[in-house]
Write a protein that binds this ligand. Structure first.
Ligand code: DX5
Ligand code: ZN
Length: 223
């Protein structure tokens, strides 16, 4: 399977959300990544239910909600019902990772677990069989436009090896500081989904950037 591009709304012009949605709809991106922040789990507040609902209603692509919020179990059902096909939450934000995955599935969505740069991938090995997506944070969550932390490439590789050993089809999404300069390395480490905020929306030609991210590294992938 070829890799998936997920532009992140966080880097778009919030005065013109409709333009961002139209652009993503027209593009080769398969997913649209929406970052929800609560000002508690991360030191920033982004947007919540009304924006996710509005975007989901107009978006033809897979809506991929990334919850950077404390106690996500309180909200996952609502986000799934608003139209998110993937709902991801942070393992660090709850004592109930397994239960929260079940809640997302019960609400009819696919479940993702996100890991901060310092959190070992082994943290989620005991739920790997039931999770659909693992989000490897390659920056500290909370802000767009940060530098990719290269150490996280080891985590992607370790997770990919475990997924292959167990013969699972869990997807690996990499989020933060991803762009044309490092996409190939990240894909070679084993990523399936590339989130790109600034690299797409701050570029001169976002459609072309998405297309170039999509065609990156197709010839020499290890996996
Ligand atoms: C960061 C968010 C990212 C962010 C990525 O906390 O989770 O999804 O939008 O932005 P860039 O691609 O600019 O690093
Ligand atoms: Zn994100």
């Amino acid at each position: 399977m070829s890799h998936i591009i997920a532009p992140s709304l966080l880097a778009a012009d919030f005065l013109h959300l409709d333009k961002a949605i139209t652009l993503v709809n027209k593009s080769e991106a398969e997913w649209f990544h929406l970052d929800v922040m609560d000002g508690q789990f991360v030191p920033n507040i982004s947007f919540g239910h009304p924006i996710v609902k509005a975007v989901a209603s107009k978006c033809d692509k897979v809506v991929d909600v990334h919850l950077m919020i404390d106690r996500p179990e309180q909200y996952v059902q609502q986000f799934a019902e608003l139209g998110a096909q993937y709902v991801s939450f942070h393992a660090e934000a709850t004592n109930h990772v397994h239960r929260t995955i079940q809640m997302i599935h019960d609400a009819g969505a696919k479940a993702g677990v996100a890991l901060n740069p310092h959190t070992p991938v082994e943290t989620i090995f005991d739920v790997l069989e039931i999770v659909d997506l693992v989000v490897i944070m390659s920056v500290n969550p909370g802000f767009g436009g940060q530098k990719f932390i290269y150490r996280t490439l080891h985590k992607i590789k370790a997770l990919k090896d475990e997924i292959i050993t167990r013969n699972l089809d869990t997807l690996i999404e990499v989020d933060g500081g991803v762009g044309l300069h490092n996409a190939e390395k990240i894909l070679q480490a084993g990523a399936n989904v590339l989130v790109a905020g600034s690299a797409v929306f701050k570029s001169e030609d976002p459609l072309d950037t998405i297309s170039r991210l999509k065609s990156t590294g197709l010839d020499n992938l290890q996996y």
